[in-house]
Design a protein around this ligand. Sequence first.
Ligand code: ADP
Ligand code: MG
Length: 862
Amino acid sequence: PLLVSRGLVDADESGSGKKAYYVHVERPEHIQCQRMALPVYTEEQQIMEAITESPVVVLSGETGSGKTTQVPQFLFEAGYGDPSSPNPGLIGITQPRRVAAVSMAHRVAEELGNFGRTVAHQVRFDTTVSADTRVKFMTEGVLLRELATDLLLTKYSVIIADEAHERSLNTDILLGVLSRVVRLRQKLALESPDKHRPLKLVIMSATLRVDDFVRNSRLFRTPPPVLSVQARQHPVRVHFNRRTPAPGQHVHDAIQKAAKIHTRLPDGGILIFLTGQAEITYACKRLREMFSPNAGSAAPAQTPANGLVASVEDEDVDIGDVISESGELRDDYASDTDEGSDSEEEDEIIVGGDDGGDDSREARKTLLEENLRSTPGQAGDQGAAPPMPLHILPLYSMLPSDQQLRVFAPPPPGSRLCVVATNVAETSITIPGIRYVVDAGLVKEKTYDAQTQVQSFEVGWTSQASVNQRMGRAGRTGPGHCYRLFSSAVFNDQFAQFSEPEVLRMPIEGVVLQMKAMNLDNVANFPFPTPPRRDALSKAERLLTWLGALDDKGRATDLGRLMSVFPVAPRFAKMLIVGQQHGCLPYVVAIVAALSVGDPFVKEFHLGAADGSDSEGDGDGDKGRSFADQVASAEARAVSNEALAAKEQQRAKRRRFWAMQARLAGAEPTSDLLKWLAAVGAFEYAGGTDTACSEYFVRAKAMGEIRKLRGQLTNIVQMYCPGVDVAMDPRMPPPTKMQQSVLRQVVLSGFMDQVAVRGDIAGYHDPDEEEAQKRRGRRIVPYMTMWSDEPVYIHPESVVHIAARTSGTMPQAIVYSELQRTSRLWAKSVTATSPKWLATIGQPMCTFGSPLPYPLPKYNDA
Ligand code: ADP
Ligand code: MG
């Protein structure tokens, strides 16, 4: 038969005469072999037929079955994206996570051989899209933003919404909007087929609940066909702990479990699920000390007779070592001094093994043999000979992409792979060769209290569905083991069946604004897969009205439309626009970039253990202190004599840290955000190097992202507000006093609903509390927000608080960008504000029929 490189060929062998477009792809042989082993591969024809016949198709399949890497290629080979084919528009694939967008684009480029350069990715800080691009991996946010300017998505012929089961806020909105776009494009294609082509939508998900979007008549009038790919899943033996460790103990337990697996069990990769970068960095470091051959005197750890690996000497953590990223992650690395309880395994259950009796009996036998081989007392378990090297790799979303890709490469010969990951390894990324899963059962999730507007990252139990997904990771290449670091009772009683969709957990003003900017005015009737709570919706609309983004009929104003083009939260977009009107845009751009990325400073905690004498604390004892602080003081108590010198060094470092904070805050500190601004400017002025990072105690990664975002925001301003001069040396001269005052008002304009007035002015008075504070000899001043009767307090690390200690007066009113709850509600990233400003800038809130609940004070404007 004639080999066609591209063009129409017979669609099938039956001689039906049906023609189909075809692009011939030349792939490397090893790639082709790997593809053919994937369960999706044999389903190509069925999948493509469904896509041809139906505008929307749902494809569900076990993680690792090849959905993400193969379906885009099927489409590519069928001519999607090819300029001379009937479907010349791009193939777009959306991912909830940046990691996946980048690494999957890489992989598909590699697999597409001679067409590799047609694959690109686009994420917030990074894009490789070019004129050659046919296949585009992107985050959902990127596509949502494109929808705002091109609702018909004319550039695309097909959108694959991947990882739909994750139910991220953006997935939900996308599915809602896309369900309408698909209908519209269908209609247009019927009316004028020469001008329009239909848009195909493929929804891909792991084998989890898909009913929310399949059987949802508001979303799709007729339920789309659901194809499921059957992947071979080997049986996995689940081991529960008999006891559930105390909070914070899980990192230690996970390390010990991995060590035990490595020293006692046969070949096979280990995958550890922890909750965030700080934990992962810490665990990797500890494991390297134990098992990496060049890790100095601490390695390899001796294995005592009981088979447990002894804890490594406690060690101080350097700046930059265990660092929380983008301010999102809590300082949550665990102390490693306690004895583990991980040998107490409970019941063992074999799960999976979908292919019936024989196979799983076979697997049981293998497992049994393994267990026999690894029973204590057998050869290889004496702890004498150190085991083979452990190839330890971290995996989390903020990791640079070249490092993320390392998990796919086979480990060096003679070593065992051990990946320590967040739940990005749960479904988005399949790591080859994993046989053992160690699961802490926890997840770090952004949570949001609609009532108090308190937003925080919280570590909590994940869901049963996700724990089972994690377990499945061990059964891809052969029978495996899954070690759960919690008891089956906890699993049954305390784990939700499924994770709650994000739309129920997050503030939604950003998406509401996006929707309004797309003229989807009736948000309440929007076909959400799961509708948001009514009160969350009205809160969002109210805030947007205050910000001036919506008019009194709830439609986007010109201001709102302009705000929606900035890839930042609506509050920040408002600040940018107000800043532009007041001629201090470059500064506002820097502040907004820092606010979007998160607190750029190294956490004081990471400077070393606090010893109480120079730490502020909140004076409420351990109960009210953050987990990290408690760990720190526990470590400080446990410190041995030899370590005292090191402690002194740390103390010196902490003093330098605070001196620098004071310097950056300026002579009359009025705002943490101005301190951030000073840090950004000083850092760039010092050349933006690693040395500058340690001099100013800022995190390199955060600074890099802030720099990129500043560039992006500046470009957008130049594009949408022609004639506005935003070009300024990134090293920014420090703002003048006048400019500082303007900047504080700009901050207020974005956070006018996050104002707190000093308790005495707002008429708040708590005699008991005042008495208690007097006894303790320290006084912290309550502030009242407009949202509740509960007082908030300025966080002790805020420059506003620190300045007040010297001046003796607390500002009459403050703006906060975040509230954090420990024993009290702490206002963080605080800016002192003036009641006079409140009256003018806060005006929209009054006209909205919800006047400030406290009397505006008579003031002497200072
Ligand atoms: P699914 O989307 O169904 O979960 P994927 O398409 O992501 O499955 O993965 C299919 C296979 O491709 C997996 O076995 C995975 O390990 C492999 N794979 C994915 N990315 C890479 C890569 N960069 N290098 C090597 N193998 C990869
Ligand atoms: Mg996938």
